[in-house]
Design a protein around this ligand. Structure first.
Ligand SMILES: Cc1ncc(COP(=O)(O)O)c(C=O)c1O
Length: 376
């Protein structure tokens, strides 16, 4: 590859912190997870953080902790990654997909209003690419109808919109620390919340419903543990948490670098007829750099970029167009025209803190070349 799609920003201090954990006695969920949880809760401004092994696990446990189950409906935008919806199926409830705003790809509050039924229990707004959904409008709707909100902030740690940050208005907010995320440990996640009851229940459910986790059993005299609920095995390890403690302290600086890369792309791409970038709302976490091109040109552009040695991806084809959703939930592509159009025209360009101006120019030049526009 001449230009990588993504490169992580782990530095020597992060690697050293993880190495120190490897040299210590305790590898699983222990003091480093506790330290990370305290630091991350402070960063988000929320009362509690429970570290987990993925955002998918966080969404699953949020639904369980809120008592969502068979017979319930949960409203999810059609323009997202599949993991925003599949945990709803895993708890036995039905994901009810809704259309998105055409210019942002974010959950449309009016579409949500139209989809609410007496069975609706919760909303899962997705802060796509790092831009927050309209939480003020969604919170007003949720309060009007007695619904819970679980925010999918897999893309969105650093954002703010209308003076509101992720998790501030929701019952719970779910984060991903997957390999390409703004804060990463390869695979990981967290659930943050101001609700003590939810955090306590998620703590229990993340480790088999055991009354004492390993860190509590390890110190001093052996203590018996009990299984008080049917739980899962969703905890994070100290090896991974150690990678994120220093990284979290650098997060705002890393964001500044991505914002500069975003602005460089904007300067080189926004004069192209038929090409546009999703609209921003408030402060974006700048997780992904996506462009929109005419749908009939998207896959050709993907191939052209790949053949030019430039890493690209699609985030995402709208989930209601995927086989499982069409066959099991009987969705048709035309059910959500905005999501279908958005997912058919989207393409993600290389985007990370280490991209040089020369690389950005090379990527933009390849896009312009394919679309028949003179280089800038
Ligand atoms: C919007 C969204 N939600 C949820 C997830 C799931 O995150 P994880 O891989 O940590 O389970 C992702 C992962 O990319 C995502 O993009």
């Amino acid at each position: 590859m001449r230009v990588e799609f993504y490169r992580h920003a782990l530095d020597e201090a992060d690697i050293e912190a993880s190495t120190q954990t490897l040299r210590s006695v305790f590898l699983t969920t222990g003091p480093m997870c506790a330290r990370f949880e305290a630091d991350f809760a402070a960063y988000t401004g929320l009362a509690r953080c429970v570290s987990l092994n993925s955002c998918t696990a966080a969404l699953h446990l949020a639904l369980l902790a809120l008592g969502v189950g068979p017979g319930d409906e949960v409203i999810v935008p059609a323009m997202t990654f599949i993991a925003s919806a599949t945990p709803v199926v895993h708890v036995g409830a039905t994901p009810v997909l809704v259309d998105v705003e055409p210019d942002t790809g974010l959950m449309d509050p009016e579409a949500v209003r139209a989809a609410i039924t007496p069975r609706t229990k919760a909303l899962i707004p997705v802060h796509l690419y790092g831009v927050m959904a309209d939480m003020l409008a969604l919170k007003a709707l949720a309060d009007e109808h007695g619904l819970a909100i679980i925010e999918d902030a897999a893309h969105c740690i650093e954002a703010e919109r209308d003076g509101v940050r992720p998790g501030e208005l929701g019952d719970a907010v779910c984060y991903s620390f997957y390999a390409t995320k703004n804060l990463t440990c390869g695979e990981g996640g967290a659930l943050c919340t101001n609700r003590q009851d939810l955090a306590d229940r998620v703590l229990l459910l993340r480790q088999h419903g055991m009354s004492k986790e390993a860190a509590k059993r390890y110190h001093g005299l052996y203590q018996h543990w009990d299984m008080v609920e049917l739980g899962w095995k969703y905890n994070l390890s100290d090896i991974q948490a150690a990678l994120m403690v220093n990284q979290l302290a650098r997060l705002n600086g890393l964001w500044e670098k991505r914002r500069a890369v975003y602005q460089a792309y904007v300067g080189l791409l926004t004069d192209i007829p038929g090409l546009w970038l999703p609209a921003l709302r408030g402060k974006s976490a700048h997780h992904l750099l996506t462009i929109q091109v005419p749908a009939h040109k998207r896959d050709g552009l993907l191939d052209h970029m790949g053949e030019s040695g430039i890493g690209v991806a699609v985030n995402y084809r709208a989930i209601h167009t995927l086989t499982w959703f069409r066959e099991k939930l009987r969705y048709k592509p035309e059910d959500f025209p905005n999501a279908h159009a958005f997912g058919s025209g989207t393409l993600s360009l290389p985007f990370h803190t280490g991209l040089t101006p020369e690389e950005v120019a090379l990527v933009a030049g390849a896009v312009r070349g394919f679309l028949g526009i003179e280089p800038r």
